[in-house]
Design a binder for this molecule. Structure first.
Ligand SMILES: *Cc1c(COP(=O)(O)O)cnc(C)c1O
Length: 372
């Protein structure tokens, strides 16, 4: 099959390597990168990305589920694979068979793993204020109890910051409180003679805004792929990060619409004068948000073309009246560069009213991923 036939993703592996170097430059020498390759490596392609990272000496990865871990192991990824989310007891087999580290969600979950009785390697989640996953930081006795469970090999504790991207006074002091709570848990464990474990706290924005607080691992996600969550985000550490992913499709046909005609489902696009429309072979099933209907842009032959009408499941239309010589087979760039122009994932996210994390992590299975 020809990979660039219909719609595809190009991965710039030089940019990925560059981003690794940028993060390594910022992090202390004894803080290891543990990149998040969950959600198919934020849509980039988990196997391609994890293999490239492994070649660059990265030895630890975060995934969201046991099945994501299994997929990477089957593809030959070695090193530590930490499952950040919930694993059903019926899937505990996989944790053992594929040597995955499971997050202990809380005391209750630890008890479930204890009842199972088999030997598991785990990191204990600590809730320092996000109130998502983790045993509450105040429950130190409960946390100690988890460490003492016979069949659990606790090799780490971690927490997660929930407002580390924010620059307001309130967000900064909340983050510092979370960091304090985490450090307090570590100190309490050490006071009780429990010292042989790794600690980690920061995702992308935690690293970029609080780099002076690094622990044993840094769980870089979105920024690692050279993308910020929001278009206007700024961070204390100004790393030179380069986007790894481009999203491209083909012009399948070009047609002239006469004044007063409509296009697409619901005929929501209407011409006020004669216009030229190009049809693209990509749609919302590939991850192009339907909310971009009549509001986003793509690039074609180095020029911007507005999206015309509703984005369909597998196709969409754009207005190319202002772009000369567009023809079937031309490349359409939805994310990436064309000539002197660039559309970033952050731009698409802004037009769609979301964050770039959601845009890239929802890029479809159907898209071929190609390393360039
Ligand atoms: C997804 C995730 C990360 C990575 O987050 P980014 O903001 O994308 O860097 C880190 N830690 C946890 C617990 C996560 O769920």
């Amino acid at each position: 099959m020809y990979c660039k036939g219909r719609a595809w993703i190009e991965l710039n592996m030089d940019h990925l390597k560059h981003n690794i170097q940028e993060f390594r430059r910022l992090l202390p020498w004894d803080c290891a990168l543990m990149p998040a390759v969950k959600a198919n490596a934020y849509g980039h392609g988990a196997v391609l990305v994890a293999k490239a990272l492994q070649e660059q000496g990265i030895r630890a990865f975060c995934v969201a589920s046991a099945s994501e871990g299994v997929m990477l192991r089957r593809a030959g990824i070695s090193g530590e694979l930490l499952v950040l989310g919930y694993t059903h007891p019926e899937e505990f087999d996989d944790l053992i068979a594929y040597d995955l580290i499971q997050t202990v969600i809380d005391g209750n979950y630890a008890a479930q793993m204890e009842r199972d009785g088999r030997r598991f390697t785990v990191h204990v989640g600590i809730d320092t204020g996000m109130h998502r996953i983790g045993e509450r930081w105040e429950n130190i006795e409960q946390i100690v109890k988890i460490f003492r469970i016979k069949n659990l090999d606790v090799t780490g504790v971690y927490s997660h910051l929930c407002v580390s991207d924010g620059q307001s006074q309130r967000e900064q002091s909340y983050t510092l409180e979370q960091i304090q709570h985490f450090e307090q848990v570590i100190a309490e464990l050490q006071r009780r003679g429990i010292t042989d474990f790794k600690c980690h706290l920061q995702g992308s924005y935690g690293i970029l805004n609080y780099s002076q607080y690094c622990f044993d691992y840094a769980r870089a996600g979105i920024a690692f792929y050279g993308i910020y969550s929001g278009k206007n985000d700024s961070t204390k550490a100004a790393l030179d990060l380069k986007p790894v992913l481009s999203l491209k499709s083909r012009v399948t046909s070009v047609k002239n619409l006469y004044q007063g005609e409509g296009a697409g489902y619901g005929l929501t696009y209407r011409t006020e004068e004669d216009r030229k429309i190009a049809v693209l072979s990509i749609g919302y099933a590939d991850g192009v948000p339907r909310s971009l209907s009549n509001c986003g842009y793509i690039l074609c032959n180095g020029k911007m073309a507005p999206i015309a009408g509703r984005v369909c499941m597998d196709q969409m239309m754009v207005d190319v009246t202002e772009i000369p010589r567009v023809k079937p087979g031309d490349e359409a760039v939805l994310i990436g560069r064309s000539g002197a122009l660039e559309i970033r994932a952050e731009d698409m996210a802004q037009w769609a009213g979301t964050i770039s994390n959601e845009i890239v992590s929802r890029l479809g299975e159907r898209l071929e991923r190609i390393a360039v």
